[in-house]
Ligand binder design. Structure first.
Ligand code: FAD
Length: 390
């Protein structure tokens, strides 16, 4: 057993959670990993994988029993994200995005909203988290989508860009500005849009470097109508929903990045144990051993921090913003470095599409960009050490 496998065994999961993680591992080995290259090549949305994950009832792990799920720990959820993402990063992010979009509903929704909407996700529905706009990326507070109250309804006008699951979701968690409150960040508001809402249509789908089987779409809202009952929290209370939600989605995208990174490490180790040059296996060269030590060390420390953050969240700690930022930053930088080194260790073969590392390197890049670019995370973390001047 490698040191990374030993670390994995220290994650405290319940008996049912372990069984579920084992089922996910089996599914990954039997069908999700073997299909990943095909989905990457065709760019086809991985509906078959979604159906098989639903066969395991996997969405249920993040929906409480009261709303049709099984309510498992955050650590167990992260473990599954890692497992899926190493095998097929597109499928990993499709599944994780549903969690990112639905956890704010579970945390901030009313009992009526949770009873009405959450069972659809427990039963296998997909969800999308809609924040980014063409002119509001790193600074999401510049969003221009408008929510205008109109009797029992809310009229939505505006657009979102780069939305994962955008054209396939059953539920959309949408952020915009409450028109009567003006243009400032105090006007930011959250609501749920259901599939088929009149006035919602889809624009272009992005043709991407990686994650080619996940769907990234433009959403257009033209006098789109939703019932006022779908308002999440109070008008103007959106930032109080958005910021805590990131504390759960950022560790999740870190787990996704660490899954990619771990897969690249394993492929590289397997290859250099076989490939020979100058009469030796590549792994026997001391320079390569130094590199392996650095990469394994980074992976082990990032995974340890992932489980540290998972324990904090599972213990009910809410103030984990900086821990989550640090995790997202280091995990995604590692995924990029690890996949680049893995390609390098495969020599010319690593640059060709026959081998998984080529795809892993393309899949890794976005992890440094989404859920706050790494420049933004460096700023957030660095700023936290700034002392107030008297
Ligand atoms: C495949 C994919 C899937 C996505 N999925 C979703 C989704 O599901 N939902 C969603 O809402 N969004 C999603 N996004 C959007 C993603 O979160 C944004 O792309 C990201 O936040 C960056 O915004 P931007 O692209 O507008 O870049 P910009 O904000 O324009 O940044 C451009 C560059 O400037 C740098 N920069 C910006 N501000 C600063 C600063 N203050 N200091 C230093 N550098 C700075 C950035 O780091 C970056 O390098 C997705 C994007 C992609 C590509």
């Amino acid at each position: 057993m490698t040191l990374l496998q030993r670390l994995e065994q220290t994650v405290a999961l319940g008996a049912e959670e372990r069984l579920l993680v084992d089922s996910v591992k089996r599914l990954v080995g039997e069908s999700i990993a073997p299909r990943a290259a095909g989905f990457d090549a065709s760019g086809e949305f991985p509906w078959r994988n979604v159906a098989e994950l639903n066969g395991l009832g996997l969405n249920g792990m993040f929906i409480p029993e009261a709303y049709g799920g099984a309510g498992m720990s955050y650590a167990a959820y992260l473990r599954c994200v890692m497992e899926l993402s190493g095998a097929c990063a597109s499928t990993g992010i499709v599944w994780a995005t549903t969690f990112h979009a639905i956890s704010p509903l579970l945390e901030f929704g009313t009992e009526e909203q949770k009873r009405r909407l959450a069972p659809r996700i427990a039963a296998g529905g997909l969800a999308a988290l809609c924040i980014t706009e063409p002119t509001a990326g790193s600074d999401a507070t510049g969003m221009r989508t408008r929510f205008a109250p109109d009797g029992d309804e809310i009229a939505i006008n505006g657009g979102k860009t780069f939305i994962t699951n955008g054209d396939v979701a059953d539920l959309y968690l949408l952020f915009g500005k409450w028109a009567p409150l003006g243009e400032g960040k105090d006007a930011i508001t959250a609501l749920i849009v259901e599939k088929g809402a009149p006035g919602l249509r889809f624009g272009r789908k992005e043709d991407k470097m990686g994650h080619r089987a996940s769907s990234t779409a433009v959403l257009i809202f033209e006098d789109c109508r939703v019932p006022r009952a779908n308002l999440l929290g109070a008008p103007g209370g959106g930032l109080n929903i958005l910021l805590p939600s990131l504390n759960k989605s950022r560790p999740s995208v870190a787990a996704h990045a660490l899954g990619i990174s771990r897969a690249a490490f394993e492929d590289a180790v397997a290859y250099i144990n076989e490939r020979r040059q100058s009469g030796k296996r590549i792994v026997e060269f001391q320079g390569i051993q130094f590199l392996l030590a650095d990469l394994a060390g980074e992976q082990a420390l990032c995974e340890s921090w992932l489980w540290h953050v998972a324990r904090l969240v599972d213990s009910g700690e809410k103030d984990v913003g900086l821990e989550a930022s640090l995790l997202k930053l280091r995990a995604s930088d590692l995924a990029m470095r690890m996949t680049t080194e893995a390609v390098q260790l495969h020599g010319g073969y690593g640059y060709c599409k026959d081998l998984r590392v080529e795809r892993l390197m393309r899949d890794a890049k976005i992890t440094q960009i989404w859920e706050g670019t790494n420049q933004v995370h460096r700023q957030l973390i660095g700023r936290s050490f700034m002392r107030k001047r008297g």
